[in-house]
Design a protein around this ligand. Structure first.
Ligand code: FMN
Length: 153
């Protein structure tokens, strides 16, 4: 348990994977995330798409910020760019200590958010398109519910 802010926080960011990153590093990141997040009551999803990461972290504010600051310092990724910090009423990824997915671009859900590059994703997360963003998160969780427990799918 980390003291401090216990209110539910959702933090979404994108980053670039280090050029030297291997598949084994992804598996290791997934295992570490699931191990640590469980005891911190942090849930979420981590998507690796051809050299880019997209992650959603949900949990008590202080724990989420603690995990995020470690990720920012981790040289397995760079250009960490927060897209959103908000106070949701409830979690989307309720049962995933971290649902980890390594997908080629073509296998991404045929969804508004992934037809475009990350700059576009960032634009769409802005308030006017926020409902579409939540729709994507909810759908991603529902469709992949059975896969999200493995360290890396
Ligand atoms: C893209 C990415 C996502 C990560 N996600 C998490 C995470 O959700 N939870 C976590 O504890 N560590 C995560 N990590 C690993 C942390 O940066 C750090 O290595 C780890 O928390 C250290 O854990 P340890 O102190 O148990 O060794 C992530 C790393 C990367 C590169």
């Amino acid at each position: 348990m980390i003291f401090g802010d216990q209110r539910l926080l959702r933090l979404v960011y994108v980053s670039a994977a280090a050029p030297t990153l291997l598949r084994n590093d992804l598996i290791e990141i997934g295992r570490t995330a699931q191990r640590n997040n469980g005891s911190l009551r942090v849930t979420g999803m981590l998507l690796h798409v051809e050299g880019e990461f997209f992650q959603v972290l949900e949990g008590p504010g202080a724990a989420v910020e603690e995990v995020f600051s470690k990720i920012c310092e981790d040289d397995r990724n760079e250009w960490v760019t927060p897209l959103l910090r908000e106070r949701p009423l409830r979690r989307v990824f309720r049962t995933w200590t971290m649902g980890c997915f390594d997908l080629p671009f073509e296998e991404l859900p045929r969804d508004l958010f992934f037809r475009a590059d990350w700059d576009e994703v960032r634009l769409r997360i802005k308030a006017d398109r926020r409902q579409e963003f939540y729709g994507f998160l909810e759908r991603f969780y529902r469709v992949n519910l059975q896969f999200g427990r493995a360290a890396m799918t």
